[in-house]
Design a protein around this ligand. Structure first.
Ligand code: MN
Length: 501
């Protein structure tokens, strides 16, 4: 359900008329070559469209307006091959509503020491041309990504590719529809927030439904549809004997399948990209949806439990950012701790809803009591998560504004098997350590729910937060609590004042 190939970034080269047509022709040839190379890079998940070199304020303005109205264009990559006096960019950049990355590169990699003349200098002057362009971006207080280096270098292409993924996630949010089955878990604070402000700022729309609306669709699921779903389960998972056909709890598996058929239909009919549930509002549903949620997340839907629409939107955004990459993205919760000499560890899990995309092994499909919510035992997938570096991120509504906080962690093997733990799980060491990471997270007001990914990077989340115009706080190996607290205070001031900057 996520297709990055539909998206385009436009490669825009700035110049001016002073150089004469011959130089401008060469600029166009060089620029096209760079755009083609970026588009062909394995790191670039979207199309790179070469746009004619712009040399006048009118052409720049027209191009920005065209980008705004293009459905497939998710942003611009700008580059000043020669010198493009930046006042020419004011009108266009004032109107531009799409993100842009400023590629600071030059066509020639090296200086040809023996041959260099003024022709070479004219054709390779981004070193100052891009600074002129950079000034106007800063003068206009525009958030943008600056990527420096030769265009053929892999790290430059990787940085632009990661930025394009963030831009795709941003485009995906615009006009996105999120469904909430039931409201917020009663009394919980951090999952609440201003949905009107979120729509104004983030572009997605949150729709609330009574669980009865979903129950109706679940009940309409035909036996044949349930049969097909059960077959898929038997094919894909290690299904415990009790749930298999003829097993004493097979009816519960069929009920889980019926819920999945209904949820899929509901979400598809409404063109939703993310959804929430809450175990407190399950009237008419026999089980809390566990398996269904895990599988829907695997297929690209964002999800948040207990009515957590902000996390569901973030899970969706990170699914888009990581589409086609290894590692997976899941809804996650910091669940319980292991304090030990070997490093204080976090066991991440949820009541049920951890995405299959982060599974390191073939999941076991089991049925066990939930011990909360008072419904029938739910079916769920149980597995250990992938190992390696990962990141957990969360968006909170701080009242006046939204904040994103993220922590880089290292997922490690559990010290011993967990034969009685009935949910999917990930064990990690937070960076730099739990003492610092948890203190910083708590000072920041970070939620207990996160979107958890092995492929999305901190830099990418930072890019995304800037596209959204929100604060980004990173907790990683360089974090110190005292500095972090200062940053919180300075940022409060900055975001309060920045509306006037
Ligand atoms: Mn929760």
């Amino acid at each position: 359900m996520i297709d990055l190939t539909q998206y385009e970034v436009w490669f825009v080269t700035g110049s001016q008329h002073l150089y004469g047509p011959k130089t401008l022709e060469q600029v166009a040839v060089n620029s096209r070559e760079i755009a083609t190379a970026l588009g062909a890079s394995a790191h670039m998940p979207v199309k790179v469209v070469f746009k004619p070199v712009v040399t006048t304020p009118d052409a720049i303005r027209e191009l920005c307006l065209e980008a705004n109205s293009s459905k497939n264009c998710i942003g611009l990559i700008t580059w000043m091959h020669t010198f493009s006096p930046a006042k020419m960019w004011i009108a266009g950049l004032s109107l531009l509503r799409k993100p842009f990355a400023h590629l600071h590169t030059q066509y020639n990699r090296e200086i040809p020491w023996a041959e260099i003349d003024m022709n070479f200098m004219n054709l390779n002057q981004a070193a100052h041309g891009d600074r002129e362009f950079g000034f106007i971006g800063s003068r206009m207080r525009l958030d943008r990504k600056v990527v420096v280096g030769h265009w053929q270098d892999e790290d430059v292409q990787a940085d632009l590719g990661m930025w394009a993924r963030a831009a795709a996630a941003w485009a995906d949010w615009q006009g996105a529809r999120l469904a909430r089955f039931g409201d917020n878990m009663r009394d919980v604070a951090v999952t609440e927030g201003d949905k009107v402000q979120a729509q104004i700022q983030f572009g997605y729309d949150v729709y609330g439904y009574g669980v009865g609306d979903l129950v109706k669709v679940v009940r309409e699921a035909s036996d044949a549809e349930v049969d097909r779903m059960v077959e898929a389960y038997l094919d894909e998972y290690e299904v415990v004997p009790a749930l298999q056909p003829g097993g004493e709890k097979h009816a519960s598996l069929r009920e889980g399948a019926r819920i999945e058929v209904g949820m899929r239909k509901f979400l598809e009919a409404g063109s939703f990209k993310a959804f929430t549930t809450t175990f407190e509002d399950l009237h008419g549903l026999a089980q809390l949806p566990g398996l269904a949620v895990q599988r829907l997340m695997r297929d690209g839907y964002g999800f948040g439990a207990e009515g957590d629409w902000k996390t569901s939107a973030l899970v969706r955004a990170m699914k888009v950012m990581s589409e086609g990459l290894k590692g997976g993205v899941s809804f996650m919760e910091d669940y319980t701790y292991h304090f030990s000499a070997g490093g204080d560890k976090v066991l991440g899990a949820h009541m049920l809803e951890v995405c299959e995309s982060i599974a390191s092994n073939r999941p076991k499909l089991d049925i066990l009591p939930l011990s909360i919510g008072g419904k029938a035992d739910p079916v769920r997938l149980i597995f250990d998560a992938n190992l390696g570096p990962a990141i957990g991120a969360s968006i909170m509504d701080m009242g006046q504004r939204f904040r994103m906080v993220a922590n880089v962690v290292d997922v490690i093997p559990t010290d011993a098997p967990l034969p009685n733990l009935p949910v999917a799980r990930a064990l990690w060491l937070p960076r730099p350590n739990l003492k610092v990471a948890a203190a910083a997270w708590i000072y920041a007001g970070g939620a207990h729910h996160t979107s958890f990914s092995y492929s999305v990077t901190a830099g990418q989340l930072h890019d995304f937060a800037e596209m959204a115009g929100i604060e980004f706080l990173l907790i990683d190996e360089n974090t110190r609590v005292d500095e972090f607290k200062d940053k919180l205070r300075w940022n409060d001031l900055y975001y309060h004042l920045s509306k006037g900057l």
